[in-house]
Write a protein that binds this ligand. Structure first.
Ligand SMILES: Nc1ncnc2c1ncn2[C@@H]1O[C@H](COP(=O)(O)OP(=O)(O)OP(=O)(O)O)[C@@H](O)[C@H]1O
Ligand SMILES: Nc1ccn([C@H]2C[C@H](O)[C@@H](COP(=O)(O)O)O2)c(=O)n1
Length: 225
């Protein structure tokens, strides 16, 4: 007898809306796996840069996406998941705004997106999957039973990112971060293929001024009302 596919909760939204944070906490509560699809695009951008590829060279970036080896490694102490790119632990490099901008730039290339599809689908396993990204509910898991779109004002998202990066000891400015976030959102939302937008039927949650635990409760309630 054929098994029903594992249930999926998709969480899409712009940069800094809290997708990663909320996905991790909700996945823990549900006991489900998690897919950070942005890390895949960041890994491709990073690998291409490391190979000296010009990010506007669509053919070369696509070949890189088709061959790059990306591995997620859970931390033994339950901390941050590490991302290995072609065997190199690139976790820290991938979290930078530069890596985010590179990911956004190569993510407009349809063949790059295609190269990452099977990798993402393979994360769908019992007992369930929480998938975070830009096109989880619209393109990768259109049949997901549960769909959420997280958002927040650009000002609030810039403040969150500023605090996050300052806590890591990085030198950033609030104005610069807000400019970068707005530029990335504009590119992600305006590309012709798999643009950032709420999936049909997604529960849209504006998290501006909303504490993390309240967002977690709202998203959890989408799956377990
Ligand atoms: N509701 C919230 N209130 C305050 N801070 C939040 C909230 N949600 C997330 N944060 C903080 O904002 C920062 C960015 O969150 P997170 O990385 O989860 O966003 P994201 O949408 O996954 O971003 P990206 O798409 O760029 O990876 C983190 O430091 C996180 O702790
Ligand atoms: N499903 C996805 C996930 C990510 N991207 C692109 C666009 C983002 O700006 C960039 C980095 O993502 P983040 O790690 O900030 O979530 O990667 C995409 O096109 N589709």
């Amino acid at each position: 007898m054929a098994h029903a596919p594992a249930p999926v909760l998709t969480i899409d939204g712009p940069s800094g809306s809290g997708k990663g944070t909320i996905s991790r906490l909700v996945a823990e509560k549900l006991g489900w796996r998690m897919l950070d699809s942005g890390a895949l695009y960041r890994a491709v951008g990073y690998a291409a840069g490391a190979e000296g590829i010009d990010l506007s060279d669509e053919g070369a970036v696509t070949r890189c996406a088709q061959h790059v080896k990306i591995r997620f490694q859970a931390s033994p102490d339950g901390g941050e998941t590490h991302v290995l790119v072609n065997g190199h632990d690139a976790t820290d490099e991938l979290r930078t705004e530069t890596a985010g901008a590179a990911a956004s730039a190569i993510a407009v290339i349809p063949a790059v997106r295609q190269a990452l599809v099977d990798l993402q689908l393979a994360f769908r396993k019992a007992p369930g999957l929480v998938a975070d990204g830009r096109d989880m509910g619209t393109v990768i898991f259109p049949d997901a039973a549960f769909k959420v779109f997280l958002t927040a004002s650009a000002g609030e998202r810039a403040k969150r990112r500023y605090k996050q990066l300052k806590d890591k000891g990085l030198s950033v400015t609030l104005v610069g971060l807000q400019r970068e976030i707005e530029a990335r959102d504009a590119r992600d939302a305006s590309r012709p293929v798999a643009p950032l937008k709420p999936a049909e039927g997604a529960v849209v949650i504006d998290t501006t001024g909303m504490p993390i635990e309240v967002v977690v409760a709202k998203v959890f309630a989408v799956v377990r009302p």
